[in-house]
Design a protein around this ligand. Sequence first.
Ligand code: MG
Ligand code: MG
Length: 264
Amino acid sequence: MIHLRTPGEMDTIAHAGSIIGRLFEALSGRVQPGVSTGEIDRFAEAFIVDHEGATAAFKGLYGFPGSVCISVNEEVVHGIPSNQRILEEGDIVSIDVGVRMDGWYSDSARTFAVGAVSDEATALMGVTSAALEASIASAVPGKHVGDIGAAVVRSVQGTAYGIIRELVGHGVGRELHEEPQVPNVGRAGQGPRLREGMVLAIEPMLSAGTPDIKTLEDGWTVITADRSLSAHFEHTVGITKDGPRILTSADGPVGASTPAPGTG
Ligand code: MG
Ligand code: MG
């Protein structure tokens, strides 16, 4: 079942989501060479729980051992934070964060550059971020879930990048993962119709090579099958009559709408 949320419920999700947006701002100066992913994990959890009633939603979810997911280079998602994993100049690191607050979830991810990175890594991150923006812009009432993935496909066309098909976005609300699934490869007009009140985590994941993935023996870490670099950008987005409302932005004060670029 696809739930429809009131504007007030979206405000609550946006409140949780603004914590993630501000966490990412705080992390941008901390994701540096020599820092371990374990340190980032501890900083993230402390930042989240500093807000009354907020918890790191991924901690223990399905048995996940970290507070946030930290995936380096060829790791796509679900990387386990570790004091042994030290970031190096030139790495790219995807940090995926869920916050639960007042019984509601919010979910967002961003790929960070560690120091100076290759032109290839910069381009991959740029295309992935642009794919997220384009797919958010298509998240309006009357379109379909397939239009979101179709926008990702259009954004990536003309590059040699792979779109990770096996991992998808999802509804967000009282649970972290709700219906519908939001594939990153879609066809316009296909899938459930987008309606005012739907809240979706839109999250394109691209690779610099193959779209195929595999899971490491730790049972969590998903990597590209050819070990090419991967990037991941995600926002939780509310479908409103005024257009897409990003619910995981740093400057998203409770009650205020944050329109996506180009949607007014
Ligand atoms: Mg996420
Ligand atoms: Mg998600």
